[in-house]
Design a protein around this ligand. Structure first.
Ligand SMILES: Nc1nc2c(c(=O)[nH]1)N[C@H]1C(S)=C(S)[C@@H](COP(=O)(O)OP(=O)(O)OC[C@H]3O[C@@H](n4cnc5c(=O)[nH]c(N)nc54)[C@H](O)[C@@H]3O)O[C@H]1N2
Ligand SMILES: Nc1nc2c(c(=O)[nH]1)N[C@H]1C(S)=C(S)[C@@H](COP(=O)(O)OP(=O)(O)OC[C@H]3O[C@@H](n4cnc5c(=O)[nH]c(N)nc54)[C@H](O)[C@@H]3O)O[C@H]1N2
Ligand SMILES: [Mo]
Length: 768
C-alpha cells in the first residue's frame, strides 16, 4: 500500500512516499517554484545502516571511568531504555549535588531538524532548565561575530538574519549589486526551520533579466551563477576589509560621499574618515595601499567604488567573510561603505548580510507570528559564546572576554548534546576531542552514529522527524506545514520529549516537564497560541484540524516591498535606530570603551595571523571550508547524493590547476591535506575558477580519525581537523574557521577504508 504524507525538512517541504512501512521516495511541495534535490536523500538516511538501533553505554564508562578517560575508541554496550534512563538521572543528580548546576553544559548547539515541537535543543534545554539549570551558549557559528557587532552599529540583528530589503525592491531599484562572497546557489537550498518555497534562484534570475549588474568579489568564481554574468573579482581570502576601506577612500578622494546621509544618519564619520584618509595614523587607505593586501588591482577597487557612488547600489556580503579572524571588521567597514554611498533605507539600496547565505533572505513575507515552543527559564545565568566550547572545557575558573563582559568559566562535568554535532561544527577537532575528555560524562541524543554519538558515554537513540508528528514554521517563510508521521520509530528510537519525560520522572519533575501534554496535545497547544497571535493581528487561520488535514497554510504576499531602515533614513529623529546615539555608529563609544586589544571604536584593517599575506613558508595554501552543496552540514552525509560527489569516497578538495601542477597532482588524485593541527584526505578537483593559492573543502564529511605514522588522519575529509580554534576577536568571539593555512601532497600509501558510516564496535549482551 502506498501512502503520501505531508512533511518538511530544512531542505524544503515535501510529501513522503511510504510503502510497507518504509519511505521509498519524496515529492517536492506543489507550491515550491524551485525545489532542490536534497530531499531525495531522505529515504537513504531514515533507513541508513548508521541509525542507532537502541540505547548504548560506553564500555569504559560502565566500568567507572570518568574524567580523563578515552572517548571515541571504546566499544558500546547495549542497554535497556530503563537502564539508560536511570543512569542519566543518577549522573545528573550526582553532578548537580557535587559540582553545582553550572557544571552541566547544555548549550547543545546545532541545526537538528525542522519541526518546532520536537526541536532537539528546545526539548533538551527545557528538560535541563526545569531540572535546575545549565551552562548555555549564545550566538551561533553562522554569524556570531556579526550578530554581536551589529546591535552596536545598526541597533539590530535584522540586517543579518532578516527581514532585509526584499529582492523585489532590489530588482526594481538597484542597478549594481556588490556581492562580497558572491551569491552561491548551493546555499539557497536551505531554510532554517523548513521552507515552503525556494525563491532564491527565481529572484536572482529576475534580477539578471532586469539588467542588474552583479559583481562577485570572492576567491571562487562559482560563487555567482553563470546566468548572473557577474564580474569576478578574485579577492585574496581575508582581504575584504582592506578593499572596502580603500573603496571608501576612493569615493572620498573624488568628493562623491553622501554628505547629507553621513550628517543626518551617522555618528563617528569624522573618526572613520580620519583613519581612511590617513590623518589619524599617517597611512592613507588608498586603493594602492589595499592592492597588495587584498590582491585586487587598485584600478579595479577605484572603478568599482566610483561606479557604486554614481549608481543605485545594493551592497551585500555573505556570512562567511565574518567567519574569520577579525571577522567583525569587514562587516563594519561595509556599513561604512553603505553609509558613504548613502543608500541605507532607500528602495533596493543599502546593505544587508546574507542574501547569498540562505534561502528566504529578501523573500517577501508579511511580519506574522510563527509557531513555536514556549521558552523556559534557565536558572543558571552563564552562557559562553557558542564557538568557545573547547576553551570552556579547558579553562575552568578562568575568565573569557566577550562583548565587553568577563565570563567566569564554570567547571564542566557533564555534557549534553542533542540535535547538533560539535565534531562537525567545531574547529581543531583533535583539540576538541582532548578537551572533551575533561568531562566526567557525555550524554548524546542522536538518530545516527555521528562523530558526537561515538564520543558519548550514554547514547540515546532519537527518532527522525519522519517518525513523529510536528509543525514546521520559519520566520523567513510565508507557509506553515503539518508534518505527519510517516513511518514507525526505527529500532528502539524514541522522541527526545518522551525520553526526557522519563528521566524527569526519575528526578521528580515529569509533570512540570510535560505539563501533562503528549505530542498531540502539545501540537494543538502551540498551534492555538499561534492562531490567537494571528487573530490579534487581524489574520484568520484555519483551526488545527483543518490545518492538519490540508497539510499547510499559505499567507498572502505583502502588498508593498519591504525596505529596511526606510523610516529611519526618512527621519532619523522620529524613527531612531536602537543604538546609543539612535544613528548608524561608524564609531562606537561603547566598543571603544571595552578597551579590547585589536578592537578600536571604528572599522580598521587588521591582518589575520593565518592568511596568504603572512608567513606561508610551511603551509602555503589558504583553505576555505564552505557549506556543502549536497548536504546540510553533516546531515545527509550517508545519502547517495552526498556519496556521488565524493572522489573514491573522500571529500573533494577544489584547487587551481597551477597549484596542482606545482605539486605533481592530477584531477582525481587522493591527497593528504595537513598543517600542525591535523590532517585529512581529500580527492582533487581542478578548476580555473578557484583563485591560485586557495583551496576549498566543504564541511560535513563525518569525521573518521585513524592513527597513522604521521599522527591522526581523518581518512574521510573533514576540514575541521585543520581549521584553527580561535575567536574572531574578544568582541564577537565568533567562529574563525576561514582563517586557515594548509599544505597538500599526494597520498602515497594504501587507501584506508572509510568506516564511519557503519556502527561502531558493539560489546556483549544487553544490560537490562
Ligand atoms: N570549518 C567550518 N566549520 C563550520 C562552518 C564553516 O563554514 N566552516 N560552518 C558552521 C555553521 S554556519 C554551522 S550552522 C555549523 C552546523 O553545525 P551543526 O548544526 O552541528 O551540524 P548538523 O550536521 O546540522 O548537526 C545536526 C545534528 O543533529 C542531528 N539531528 C537531526 N535531527 C535530529 C533530531 O530530531 N533529534 C536529535 N536528537 N538529533 C537530530 C543530526 O544527526 C546531526 O548530527 O557548522 C559550523 N562549522
Ligand atoms: N547546501 C547548503 N546550504 C547551506 C548550508 C549547508 O550546509 N548546505 N548551511 C546553511 C548555514 S547554517 C549557513 S550559516 C549558511 C552559510 O552561508 P555562508 O557563510 O555565506 O556560506 P559559505 O559556503 O561558508 O561561504 C560562501 C562563500 O564565501 C566565499 N569566501 C570565503 N572566505 C572568503 C573571504 O575571505 N572573502 C570573500 N570575499 N569570500 C570568501 C567562499 O568562496 C564561499 O563559497 O549556509 C546555509 N546554506
Ligand atoms: Mo550556520
Amino acid at each position: 500500500m502506498t501512502e503520501i504524507k505531508p512533511h518538511a525538512a530544512h531542505w524544503g517541504y515535501f510529501d513522503a512516499v511510504v510503502e510497507d512501512g518504509r519511505i521509498t521516495g519524496t515529492r517536492p511541495f506543489s507550491r515550491d517554484p524551485f525545489p532542490g534535490t536534497l530531499i531525495d536523500g531522505i529515504p537513504d538516511i531514515v533507513h541508513a545502516p548508521s541509525r542507532i538501533d537502541r540505547p548504548y553505554v560506553r564500555e569504559g564508562w560502565l566500568r567507572g571511568e570518568r574524567r580523563g578517560s578515552t572517548r571515541g575508541g571504546d566499544r558500546f554496550v547495549p542497554v535497556s531504555w530503563d537502564k539508560a534512563t536511570r543512569l542519566v538521572a543518577d549522573e545528573v543528580r550526582r553532578v548537580r549535588t557535587e559540582h553545582g548546576d553550572a557544571s552541566v553544559f547544555g548549550g547543545s548547539y546545532g541545526w537538528s531538524s525542522a519541526g518546532r515541537f520536537h526541536h532537539a535543543r528546545s526539548q533538551l534545554q527545557r528538560f535541563l532548565g526545569l531540572g535546575g539549570g545549565f551552562t548555555s551558549q549564545v550566538t551561533n557559528y553562522s554569524y556570531g561575530a556579526g550578530m554581536t557587532l551589529m546591535p552596536h552599529v545598526l541597533g539590530t540583528n535584522d540586517v543579518v538574519q532578516g527581514p532585509v530589503t526584499d529582492w523585489r525592491s532590489i530588482i526594481g531599484n538597484a542597478r549594481l549589486m556588490l556581492c562580497f562572497g558572491g551569491l552561491p546557489l548551493k546555499n539557497g537550498l536551505v531554510t532554517a526551520g523548513g521552507g515552503g518555497t525556494h525563491e532564491y534562484v527565481p529572484m536572482m534570475k529576475a534580477a539578471a533579466e532586469a539588467g542588474l549588474r552583479f559583481v562577485n568579489i570572492s576567491p571562487f568564481r562559482g560563487d555567482a551563477a553563470d546566468f548572473l554574468k557577474a564580474q569576478w573579482v578574485p579577492i585574496r581570502p581575508g582581504g575584504d576589509a582592506a578593499m572596502v576601506l580603500a573603496m571608501i577612500q576612493a569615493i572620498l578622494a573624488e568628493g562623491l560621499e553622501d554628505r547629507d546621509f553621513l550628517a543626518r544618519c551617522t555618528v563617528g564619520w569624522e573618526k572613520l574618515r580620519a583613519y581612511v584618509t590617513g590623518e589619524a595614523d599617517g597611512v592613507a587607505k588608498t586603493p594602492e595601499w589595499a592592492a597588495p593586501l587584498c590582491e585586487v588591482p587598485a584600478e579595479v577597487i577605484r572603478a568599482l567604488a566610483l561606479e557604486a557612488a554614481r549608481t543605485p547600489t545594493m551592497v551585500t556580503a555573505t556570512w562567511s567573510i565574518q567567519r574569520a579572524e577579525h571577522g567583525e571588521q569587514p562587516w563594519w567597514a561595509l556599513v561604512g561603505l553603505a553609509s558613504v554611498l548613502g543608500g541605507i533605507g532607500k528602495p533596493g539600496q543599502g546593505i544587508a548580510f546574507g542574501y547569498g547565505s540562505i534561502n528566504g533572505m529578501g523573500t517577501s513575507r508579511r511580519e506574522l507570528p510563527s509557531v513555536n515552543m514556549p521558552a523556559t527559564r534557565n536558572p543558571v545565568g552563564i552562557s559562553i559564546p557558542v564557538a568557545r566550547v573547547t576553551e570552556l572545557l579547558e579553562r575552568p575558573g578562568e575568565v573569557m572576554r566577550y562583548n565587553g563582559r568577563d565570563i567566569q568559566l564554570p567547571d564542566t562535568r557533564m555534557v549534553f548534546w542533542s540535535g547538533g554535532n560539535p565534531f562537525h561544527h567545531h574547529q581543531d577537532l583533535n583539540r576538541l576531542a582532548r578537551a572533551l575528555r575533561l568531562a566526567d560524562t557525555v550524554v548524546v541524543s542522536e538518530p545516527w552514529w555521528t562523530s558526537i554519538a561515538r564520543h558519548a558515554d550514554i547514547v540515546l537513540p532519537a527518532t527522525t522527524t519522519l517518525e513523529r508528528n510536528d509543525i514546521a514554521s520559519s520566520s523567513r517563510d510565508r507557509f506553515v506545514r503539518a508534518m505527519h508521521q510517516a513511518v514507525p520509530p526505527q529500532g528502539q528510537a524514541r522522541n527526545d520529549h518522551d525520553a526526557y519525560a522519563d528521566i524527569a520522572d526519575a528526578l521528580g519533575y515529569r509533570d512540570r516537564f510535560t505539563e501533562q501534554r503528549d505530542e498531540g496535545a502539545w501540537l494543538r497547544h502551540m498551534y492555538d497560541r499561534f492562531r490567537r497571535a494571528c487573530a490579534a493581528m487581524g489574520e484568520e487561520v484555519p483551526d488545527f484540524d483543518r490545518f492538519w488535514a490540508e497539510g499547510h497554510i499559505e499567507f498572502a504576499l505583502p502588498n508593498e516591498d519591504f525596505v529596511q531602515f526606510a523610516d529611519f533614513a526618512r527621519d532619523p529623529e522620529a524613527a531612531p535606530l536602537n543604538t546609543p546615539s539612535g544613528k548608524v555608529e561608524l564609531y562606537s563609544e561603547t566598543i571603544a570603551g571595552f578597551g579590547d586589544e585589536g578592537v578600536p571604536g571604528h572599522a580598521v584593517w587588521k591582518a589575520p595571523r593565518e592568511w596568504l599575506g603572512g608567513d606561508t613558508s610551511r603551509f602555503p595554501l589558504h583553505l576555505l571550508s564552505d557549506q556543502p552543496p549536497v548536504r546540510l552540514h553533516s546531515q545527509l552525509d550517508p545519502s547517495r547524493g552526498a556519496a556521488a560527489r565524493k572522489i573514491q569516497a573522500r571529500e573533494p578538495i577544489r584547487m587551481n590547476p597551477a597549484d596542482a601542477a606545482a605539486r605533481g597532482l592530477a584531477a582525481g588524485d587522493i591527497v593528504r591535506v595537513f598543517n600542525d593541527r591535523g590532517a585529512c584526505l581529500g580527492g582533487v578537483v581542478l578548476t580555473e575558477d578557484m583563485r591560485p593559492g586557495v583551496v576549498s573543502m566543504s564541511t560535513g564529511a563525518w569525521w573518521d580519525p585513524q592513527e597513522t605514522e604521521l599522527g591522526p588522519l581523518c581518512v574521510h575529509g573533514n576540514p575541521n581537523v585543520l581549521t584553527q580554534d580561535v575567536g574572531t576577536s574578544p568582541l564577537g568571539q565568533g567562529c574563525a574557521a576561514h582563517s586557515c593555512l594548509v599544505q597538500v601532497e599526494v597520498w602515497k600509501g594504501p587507501l584506508p577504508a572509510v568506516t564511519v558510516h557503519a556502527p561502531p564496535p558493539i560489546a556483549g549482551d544487553v544490560v537490562p
